[in-house]
Ligand binder design. Structure first.
Ligand code: FEO
Length: 175
């Protein structure tokens, strides 16, 4: 009976597998940002610490959104193992550079999943991915604007403190 019910879902095994892989990527992002939050907090960069703690929560929410989607389509979501999360980071700027690189990687992943959904004619999942692709536009935008602060203000003297003070003002107004 269980198999019969599963057959009624249109989530193919391939799509289920790539969505499960993306659950892991989101969990990795969440853990990475939490580590960045701890590092920034240790450096006395309170706003950056709060920024990354909030990002970490958002990534967990992304993970759960995919997790629940796989489940609701009759698939079996996997609670992922997360490893290789750094404790130390080279610099304040380096943390934001790594965050941008992570977001660019996530965008690539979603584009690739969307490609596969189109090929598999899984338009329901393709539609589901739209929310994530829009979210990526915002996340990359914010990361780039914050990195600009490092160029504009500079880290010398009270620069780091100034950057930390200003980064909370970076928002995405949308299109
Ligand atoms: Fe869930 Fe920032 O990617």
């Amino acid at each position: 009976m269980k198999d019969l019910l599963k057959l009624k879902t249109s989530l193919s095994e391939d799509i289920e597998n790539i969505l499960n892989a993306q659950i892991k990527v989101e969990a990795h992002s969440s853990a990475l940002y939490l580590a960045m939050s701890a590092w920034c907090d240790d450096q006395g960069l309170d706003n950056a610490a709060s920024f990354f703690a909030k990002q970490s929560d958002e990534e967990r929410a992304h993970m759960l959104k995919i997790f629940n989607y796989v489940s609701s389509r009759g698939g079996k979501p996997i609670s992922p193992e997360v490893t290789n999360i750094p404790v130390d980071f080279e610099s304040f700027r380096g943390v934001f550079e790594q965050a941008l690189v992570q977001e660019m990687f996530v965008t690539e992943q979603f584009n690739s999943i969307a490609d596969k959904c189109m090929l598999a004619k899984d338009y329901v999942t393709f539609n589901f991915l739209g929310w994530f692709l829009e979210e990526q536009v915002e996340e990359e935008y914010v990361a780039r604007r914050i990195l600009e602060l490092f160029d504009v203000i500079g880290e010398e003297g009270t620069g780091r403190w100034e950057i930390d003070r200003h980064l909370v003002k970076v928002t995405f107004a949308g299109e």
